[in-house]
Write a protein that binds this ligand. Structure first.
Ligand code: FMN
Length: 353
């Protein structure tokens, strides 16, 4: 039995959000007061190999598996997440002003379906507090992404200004930034997934910083709309696309709530299908990151062959723990070898060659 299986038995006695808060507390404690623990864990879980190391987005990724946004909303767990094997951490989503998020309960675990449903609503400490925290460790040993979103009380008309504030705050505290207009839990946010806003946003962003800026999109967009919006973003300076956020297709998860976004196994196929279409269109033209239901080396490899330079996980990490990250990375090294590739770059987008 793995240590995480035991730990999970205890954590799963609590509500998902309480379990998350306990994990965050323990992670912070270890990073601050028991430095030998992260140092030990890194030797146990962190995998790197020349075949999966990449120079991308102006930095070095020692392995291609990142923790998706939303797990470390306040940038308090960066060190521990890296020790547990993640090749990069995308912290956030941060908003300009701290906000409590939606009323609880707002996170639900579906153990048999290996899925999660959340309606968190960008609960976070706000840009100033988070920036202060990240300043203490940036630049970090592995790449850091900053995922940014607007405050709930900011009207759509003023949304651009929220992103402007956040880009200015985090441009020197991250290796790449992510524009999040795809969360289903902030009223009106997904409506910003329109040509006019995306164009204005990236024109503004490119005036603020040279750091890579990526757009994260929803899996619920029609394929032609997703391709169109990504094209607009790329034409106006976006450096990559992250697909996908959680889904509001509640038919995918029996007994799900009728609010919030679904992630994990129930999202896998939908997320892959959209990613594959984006891969066909944009592979070779920009950096693509796949996220949504990835839970094994085989699934990560499938996304890589469909055009992903990097992958991210969230839900499967809850159900399987850090050994899965190690297994994905070791598995990728093996799968590349099996297919006769000496480096991951030869496998990326192989479906289209
Ligand atoms: C509890 C929870 C909170 C999340 N919060 C955010 C967030 O703040 N910003 C964001 O861009 N994505 C957020 N996500 C979406 C994830 O980053 C990811 O896109 C999605 O969960 C699909 O990946 P998965 O199937 O591996 O979980 C959240 C997901 C979960 C489960």
């Amino acid at each position: 039995m793995q240590l995480y299986d035991l730990l999970k038995k205890v954590l799963f006695l609590f509500s998902p959000e309480t379990a998350h808060n306990i994990a965050e507390f323990v992670f912070k404690f270890f990073s601050n007061y028991c430095q030998f623990i992260p140092s030990f864990l890194v030797t146990k879980y962190f995998v790197t190999d020349k075949s999966i190391e990449q120079q991308l987005l102006g930095t070095t990724f020692l392995n291609p598996v990142g923790i998706a946004a939303g797990f470390d909303k306040n940038a308090t767990m960066i060190k521990m997440l890296t020790s547990l094997g993640f090749g990069y951490v995308e912290y956030g989503t941060m908003t300009p002003i701290a906000q409590p998020g939606n009323p609880k309960p707002r996170m639900f675990r579906y153990k048999d379906e290996q899925s999660i449903q959340n309606a968190m609503g960008f609960n976070n400490d706000g840009r100033n507090k988070i920036a202060k925290r990240v300043k203490k460790l940036y630049p970090f040993t592995t790449p850091l992404g900053a995922n940014i979103g607007k405050n709930k009380n900011t009207s759509s008309d003023d949304a651009l200004n929220d992103y402007k504030i956040l880009l200015n705050t985090f441009k020197d505290l991250s290796d790449y930034m992510v524009i999040n207009i795809s969360s289903p839990n902030t009223p009106g946010l997904r409506d910003l997934q329109n040509e006019k806003f995306i164009k204005e946003l990236f024109l503004l962003a490119k005036n603020i910083t040279d750091k890579p800026i990526l757009l994260k999109i929803a899996p619920d967009l029609e394929i032609k709309d997703a391709i169109n919006l990504c094209s607009v973003a790329l034409d106006n300076g976006a450096d990559g696309i992250i697909a996908t956020n959680t889904t509001i297709d509640y038919t995918l998860l029996p007994n799900s709530k009728d609010f919030g976004g679904i992630s994990g196994k129930a999202l896998k196929e939908k997320s892959y299908n959209l990613f594959k279409e984006l891969g066909k269109e944009f592979y070779g033209k920009t950096i693509l990151i796949s996220v949504g239901g990835i839970d094994s080396a085989e699934e990560a490899y499938k996304r890589i062959k469909a055009g992903a330079s990097l992958v991210q996980v969230y839900s499967s990490f809850i159900f399987q723990g850090p050994k899965m990250i190690k297994d994905i990375n070791n598995g990728l090294v093996k799968l590349l070898k099996q297919d006769g590739f000496s480096h991951i770059s030869e496998a990326i987008g192989n479906d289209y060659r």
